[in-house]
Design a protein around this ligand. Structure first.
Ligand SMILES: Nc1ncnc2c1ncn2[C@@H]1O[C@H](COP(=O)(O)OP(=O)(O)OP(=O)(O)O)[C@@H](O)[C@H]1O
Length: 513
């Protein structure tokens, strides 16, 4: 059978960075081919090469047996290749229908009727449908993701590339997405799926290529690999080196551990926080939460139940409608970001691109953003001291970059996340850490390191609040877990309780509300 896609001895560098070198890969029509690898291994670069987003430096590509060398994404589309990017590309102020029409391109300009016909075909074949008249910025993240996929399917591609599509999704949306991938493959198309999550790989994939440091560490049908093999090929060390609780979460089994005794007085106090949405409904409906020094509290819940809004209020991005937020003696309810940092509040925001970093600035500047004044000498920035300090953090956190002066925008997604995590954990004193989706987009080795660092921060006395859609991770990390449901926090459930997973599942659907 002629493969849908073949790469032979492909290489790509960005200046001094060798992103891919000597990479060969084969994807068959009718299969879901997973591309795995640690942060910075070259997965996005590989997708961008196939999609025409970056140009080939060496090697060859063939598409259904024909030589293939797209210079831009429109060439790829014309050849039948479409890509769902790591970051959403829908215009939030347009309706989904308008977004789909816009994406259909000037050449096709389908009228609404044609759009509806295309959508009817997609619904029939793949079971996918979206609310056309809703604004893209107002629909849940899972629906936005579906719209991105539909946008691609409307072009009827032969090969669909999905770059970490599940990173932003909750468990139910992940299941739906994986089922969609399967249906697309069953319809005879080839699917390339980039993901960090081994559970997803084994559930959805037929075959895989594992990249490490820009080269192929392993490839073949997934039936030939166990979870241990994949982890070792990805991170270059045995799975037994990783945190056993994390390993348990890879297997998606329940975890249990000693209940911690936290007896100190709470230092984090959220009292009666409310926040209204634009349509007048309550995103936060009287949130009360206390966290003691050394305690890790998790917030679980189906996305859209107020978790994101809670972080925006705690970070000071939006003031609450009522209620208060205290950190020790400091009333931070209306404090400035600088005031929050000075009080010892570290925030890892959910959206690292818009809130977590400044892409046009260097890694060094991003790492020390809240503390750049510490590097001022006679009114000027002492760059060599800044870069020396940054080089130490880069080394310690395993950030893959050419050096402290590299721009944030040139880092892979996972390495950008590592910079944000490193910066917030380095606050001194760190009285409280609020971490929203702290491991999103990280490879399993980096997840292991971040969970370890959050635990150490708590052991050193920080109160920690972790908001995550990864329940296994919360169970592995937290002492108590509360569940966000319609703007309130239900529970708490002790993470070490034998039935914790079931109890949290019940609260997620509002069973005890
Ligand atoms: N435009 C660019 N300029 C400079 N370096 C780049 C650019 N794009 C990617 N790189 C570098 O190429 C390497 C591979 O990056 P890539 O984004 O392909 O990794 P990845 O496997 O997708 O990582 P992640 O899992 O973190 O998303 C990284 O070292 C990255 O810093």
């Amino acid at each position: 059978m002629i493969p849908a896609l073949e790469l032979h001895d492909v290489a790509k560098s960005f200046g001094p960075v060798r992103a891919l070198s000597g990479v060969s890969l084969t994807v068959q029509a009718g299969e879901v081919h997973c591309v795995l690898g640690e942060n910075g291994a070259g997965k996005s670069t590989l997708c961008n090469l196939v999609n025409g987003g970056v140009s080939l430096e060496r090697g060859t590509m063939t598409l259904y047996g024909e030589p293939y060398r797209p210079s831009r994404p429109t060439d790829a589309l014309a050849a039948g290749v479409a890509m769902v990017h790591q970051h959403f590309s829908l215009v939030p102020t347009l309706t989904i229908a308008e977004n789909l029409l816009l994406a259909a391109g000037a050449r096709l300009r389908p009228r609404r009727r044609e759009l509806h016909e295309g959508l009817a075909r997609i619904e029939e074949t793949y079971g996918l449908s979206v609310p056309l008249d809703e604004l893209a910025g107002h629909v849940p993240v899972g629906v936005r993701q579906q719209a991105e996929i539909i946008k691609c399917l409307l072009r009827d591609p032969r090969l669909l590339l999905l770059d970490e599509p599940t990173a932003v999704l909750g468990p139910a949306d992940v299941d739906a997405l994986l089922a969609t991938c399967r249906r697309i493959a069953e319809a005879g198309k080839a699917v390339v799926l980039v993901t960090h999550k081994l559970g997803e790989v084994t559930r959805a994939g037929d075959s895989a290529t594992i990249l490490r440091g820009g080269t192929v560490a392993g490839a073949g049908p997934l039936a030939g690999f166990g979870a241990e093999d994949l982890v070792e090929l990805m991170v270059g060390r045995p799975m037994s080196d990783l945190d056993p609780l994390l390993v348990a979460s890879v297997d998606e089994s329940a975890t249990s551990r000693e209940a911690a005794r936290i007896t100190a007085e709470p230092v984090f106090r959220a009292q009666g926080l409310t926040l209204s949405r634009a349509d007048g409904t309550l995103a936060l409906d009287g949130v009360n939460l206390e966290i003691a020094p050394g305690e890790i509290v998790g917030v679980a819940g189906v996305e859209g139940n107020g978790q994101s809004e809670l972080v925006t209020v705690l970070s000071g991005a939006v003031p609450p409608g009522s209620g208060s937020f205290l950190l020790g003696e400091h009333d931070l309810t209306f404090a400035t970001p600088r005031g929050r940092t000075a009080a010892g509040l570290g925030i890892i925001p959910e959206d690292r691109h818009h809130e977590g970093c400044v892409p046009a600035m260097s890694i060094a500047e991003n790492l020390f953003l809240p503390r750049l004044s510490e590097f001022a000498r006679r009114g000027l920035l002492d760059r060599s001291a800044l870069h020396e300090a940054a080089a130490r953090v880069i080394e310690e956190h395993g950030i893959r970059a050419t050096g402290p002066s590299a721009r944030m925008s040139t880092l892979s997604g996972g390495n950008q996340q590592k910079v944000v995590v490193a910066r917030e954990l380095a606050l001194d004193p760190l009285v409280c850490l609020v971490a929203a989706q702290p491991t999103r987009g990280l490879d399993i080795g980096a997840v292991d390191a971040v969970l370890g660092r959050i635990r150490s921060a708590a052991q050193a006395g920080a109160a920690v609040l972790v908001i995550s859609s990864e329940l296994s991770e919360l169970l592995a990390l937290c002492h108590r877990i509360v569940v966000a449901y319609r703007g309130r926090l239900l529970g708490p459930v002790p993470a070490a309780a034998p039935q914790a997973r079931d109890e949290i599942g019940r609260l997620m659907v509002g069973a005890a509300a």
